[in-house]
Design a protein around this ligand. Sequence first.
Ligand SMILES: C[S@@+](CC[C@H](N)C(=O)[O-])C[C@H]1O[C@@H](n2cnc3c(N)ncnc32)[C@H](O)[C@@H]1O
Length: 310
Amino acid sequence: MKWTQVKVVFEFHDAVLGADLISDVFYDLGLQGVVVESPNMSPEEGWATDALPLPEVDAVSGYFPGNADGAQKISSLEEGLRVLGRRTGITTRLLFQELDEEDWAESWKAYFRPEKISDKIVVKPTWRDYTPTSPDEIILEIDPGMAFGTGTHPTTVLCIRLLETWLAPGIRFLDVGTGSGILMIAAGKLGAGLMVGVDKDGVAVDVARENLSKNGFGPGSAEIHAGDLLAGVSRTFDVVAANILSEVILLLLEDIPKVLSAGGIFICSGIISENRRKVADRMADIGFEVLDVREKDGWTAMAARFIGPK
Ligand SMILES: C[S@@+](CC[C@H](N)C(=O)[O-])C[C@H]1O[C@@H](n2cnc3c(N)ncnc32)[C@H](O)[C@@H]1O
């Protein structure tokens, strides 16, 4: 099978936000293994200076199958970037490269390295070696494949940091939009007794199952289902997380109390900081008390408890 690498070279006043906005255009097409390049990356941020020269431009790359579906998605990407450009002023230029299956598999893997994302937690690509720097370090082994969730995206990092604060041992955890399963793995390693994940994307469901298994979580402690948001979720959970875009979180919020146990915590991420107020206001209307707000690189995540309408 052939693959087409589409590299979107861009210029924007805020390169981190620009890369996130362009990545979202890829994610909206259901294409999730994106690679972000920036001339400002340092080896500490996971850039392999020994293996790869430092990039000269800001760019986001994604990989499309070399078939009719891939061609259709590339057209949608071009349209999505035109719309983004009109809305934000980002200027983009596309570069195309055809790759064989093996080259594709290796080309994006070269960009991921172990990364410390909190005081205690390290995300480690399964194909890299890593020696822990202290005995209480928690290592999340991950191969995201074509699913979202290397663990290093700011929205994921914020969720994991909130889980570190709000997850008590033995709890039941639900992850809405599990992607690679990274949040379920973090919850499991922080002591959750049961992790359930849902994703609308069948590829993500398979990837998440494999990642959970690689981290020692089998069907007894981890369940993953294909599904749309909470459709088909009939139990209650002590902590529910959703790292999805704010528009989706706004749709989801009203149903969250149905799947939260009394006193349970809802963690939401994927909120561009300019949408923070809109999400917080909607939460207050429904009866959530916001307990913790975290920000990183223009993204906001919140932990809240359902206390019931005023
Ligand atoms: C931003 S990724 C988050 C992945 C992972 N939880 C993390 O934190 O890195 C969002 C995920 O939500 C899934 N998703 C988006 N809309 C959904 C929906 N309506 N129902 C279920 N999953 C959805 C996507 O397929 C994607 O895997």
